[in-house]
Design a binder for this molecule. Structure first.
Ligand SMILES: N=C(O)[C@@H]1CCCN1
Length: 307
């Protein structure tokens, strides 16, 4: 059983919570898991720790503002920026002494953040995995309209009525939202415990999620609403893997810029998944992920051949 260490590292006046499964420092590089939201937590991605049983050290962390990291419910909304979370990731890599040899695996917002990090061409980055992520928030919002228009009759009308009235906390809005989540966020019933854990962490402290993203996945009106990483994607030089679900809220149009603009990239769509392919199709997800890691991210094995 790989060793498991949990702790926090200082990040300015705050602290970032992390969990390390396995022993980094040699080969293969550590896989650093970057969760989504922003303002979610690592919990719904916990099963990626299974990589450590196959020799890949895994680092999970809770981005500042939620989970085991410092909560700042009274921070000015302008405090929560992409630059802050890029600085936090750089700090974590240095504090854990893995900045010279690591792979990033980001989910949703975390994949876009990981891509922005990778575009700066850090010397120690060995590979990039982007799962169900937006390259562009404006494009995300355009695609949300496409998905909402396709919801059962009357559902989007309820959503629009409450969004216009500012009553997105109402029971009727939550009931209509559940229709979208069941189709495009998590198709499993009941929701896996790990996903429920992160979902309720956001419920308990929605500060970052509501400030940067908005009230939910399909009504993105937060400070990220105009942000895009698309222009930086051609700067990424490491081998990259993109994964998304056929029923994902991160639609093919949302994900396609990663495939089109990252020079060395492969894209895999999991046919029975929506936004959580690592939970909805774990066998296929880890087959694809580990095939990429083994073929493209181990030192001295940069072959382009993958299963
Ligand atoms: N859960 C996430 O990170 C997504 C990304 C765009 C809207 N929320």
């Amino acid at each position: 059983m790989p060793p498991l260490v949990k702790g926090t590292v200082p990040f300015g006046a705050h602290r970032t919570w992390y969990r390390l499964t396995g022993t980094p420092g040699g080969e293969p590089p550590a896989v650093v898991v970057v969760h989504g939201g922003p303002g979610s937590t690592h919990d719904y991605l916990a099963n990626l720790a299974g990589l450590a049983g196959r020799g890949w050290p895994v680092v999970h962390y809770d981005q500042l503002g939620n989970g085991g990291s410092t909560h700042l419910p009274d921070a000015d909304p302008g405090f929560w920026t992409v630059r802050l979370f890029l600085a936090e990731l750089d700090n974590l890599l240095r504090r854990l002494d893995i900045a010279d040899n690591y792979v990033l695996c980001g989910h949703s917002w975390g994949g876009a953040l990981a891509a922005a990090h990778a575009a700066a061409r850090p010397a120690g980055l060995r590979g990039l995995v982007v799962v169900s992520s937006p390259a562009s928030y404006p494009l995300w919002s355009r695609e949300m309209k496409v998905l909402r228009d396709a919801l059962p009759p009357g559902v989007d009308e309820v959503l629009r009525r409450h969004e216009a009235a500012g009553t997105t906390d109402s029971a009727e809005y939550r009931q209509a939202s559940a229709v979208f989540y069941a189709r495009h966020v998590c198709r499993l019933r009941p929701w896996p415990r790990d996903y429920q854990a992160s979902y309720y962490e956001i419920y308990n402290d929605p500060t970052v999620y509501r400030t940067m993203n908005g009230p939910n996945e399909f009504h993105v009106v937060g400070t990220l609403r105009d942000w895009s990483v698309t222009k930086a994607l051609p700067e990424i030089t490491v081998p990259s893997l993109v994964i998304s679900g056929r029923h994902d809220e991160a639609t093919p149009a949302v994900v396609r810029p990663f495939r089109d603009l990252i020079p060395d990239v492969r894209w895999e769509v999991l046919e029975d998944s929506s936004h959580l392919p690592h939970l909805e199709e774990p066998a296929r997800f880890f087959e694809v992920l580990e095939g990429f890691l083994e073929a493209r991210c181990r030192q001295g094995n940069r072959s382009r051949k993958e299963p």
